[in-house]
Write a protein that binds this ligand. Structure first.
Ligand SMILES: [Zn+2]
Length: 320
């Protein structure tokens, strides 16, 4: 067996490798079909991109699929072409997200979680959904992230992933400039917008100072069956190193504390939770700036006991 945790990881692995193959096949055969036929592939490409960030890249960051370190590194290089960025950058940002748990700005006005929904908000409130999701993809701190990755010993892996992105993008451009302009670039942008929507509603209404209520959860059976239990986001924040197949078990084990928490349980999957934005805002309207500052100070103190992000030999992990 090549799988470190479960053969079920073969599903997201196969889907993302198919995504890579589809992109190159589309570019290579673009000129052989009328434009309108080619554009019919856009929804499928967008779905695959969203699935990749939501399920595959995310679960791989926490629980790399293969026993072989070489296979893990190779997958990271290949999948970087799919997401249009070095996956080690995504991993670095995501693990900071876990460490600082969607924090509010500190005294310097900045959040330590680069993806925090409070980063662009005012008076300790969440940033507006529209600006977070549509402008967020342009607010990457790539150089800061690359500097941190190199400092932590990930320069070789980062270099390989940057080369893969450049070679992959260059090859697609050579195969068909029209494919890149009319399909790939819009899918990359809209795909990242969807990832931002997902993250926004995985935390909208949450309270960063409360480990049992800093995220949201959605327990719909179909969504969790199709998307590898991604609805158990609060449980995932509590036990980030637990394999996705075990997240419902975490819910059971921690049920008493979870039931006591004043937390958001969604009625729709996070990507559709804008439908109930008003309900969440009214029910979980969080405190004024003065109280927020107090909670932010408490959160900072608590961080000392929270997980630490570690990059060793190019791999990334959350150290509990
Ligand atoms: Zn995570």
């Amino acid at each position: 067996m090549i799988w470190r945790y479960s053969w079920r990881d073969s599903v997201p692995c196969a889907i993302t490798l198919s995504q890579l193959a589809l992109n190159f096949w589309l570019a290579a055969s673009w000129e052989t079909r009328p434009l309108v036929y080619n554009l019919l592939f856009a929804p499928l490409c967008l779905f695959l991109f969203w699935y990749n960030g939501l399920v595959a890249s995310h679960s791989f960051v926490h629980t790399p699929w293969f026993k072989s370190e070489l296979l893990n590194r190779l997958y990271l290089v290949l999948n970087s072409i799919n997401i249009g960025l070095p996956q080690i950058h995504y991993a670095h940002e995501h693990l900071l997200h876990h460490r600082y748990a969607n924090d509010r700005p500190g005294q310097n006005g900045l959040t330590q979680d680069p993806t925090s929904t409070f980063a662009g908000g005012k008076n300790g409130q969440h940033e507006s959904m529209l600006s977070y999701c549509f402008l967020g993809p342009f607010q990457l701190d790539l150089f800061g992230s690359f500097r941190d990755i190199c400092r932590r010993g990930g320069s070789l892996q980062l270099g390989a992933e940057i080369c893969a992105c450049l070679i992959g993008f260059g090859t697609l451009l050579l195969l068909s400039r029209q494919y890149v302009l009319l399909l790939l670039v819009p899918v990359l942008y809209l795909g990242w917008v969807l990832e931002h929507v997902e993250n926004y509603y995985e935390h909208f209404g949450g309270e960063p100072g409360d480990r049992y209520a800093n995220s949201t959860s959605y327990y719909g059976q179909l969504y969790n069956a199709l998307f590898c239990n991604e609805g158990h986001h609060q449980e995932h924040h509590l036990r980030p190193n637990v394999h996705w197949t075990q997240r419902p078990q975490v819910r059971l084990e921690l049920s008493e504390r979870l039931e006591q928490a004043n937390r958001v349980i969604l009625n729709f999957p996070p990507v559709l939770a804008w439908i109930e934005h008003r309900r969440i805002a009214e029910q979980f309207g969080r405190p004024s700036a003065r109280i927020s500052a107090h909670i932010s100070a408490q959160t900072t103190a608590k961080r000392l006991a929270e997980p630490e992000v570690v990059i060793s030999s190019g791999a990334v992990a959350v150290k509990m």
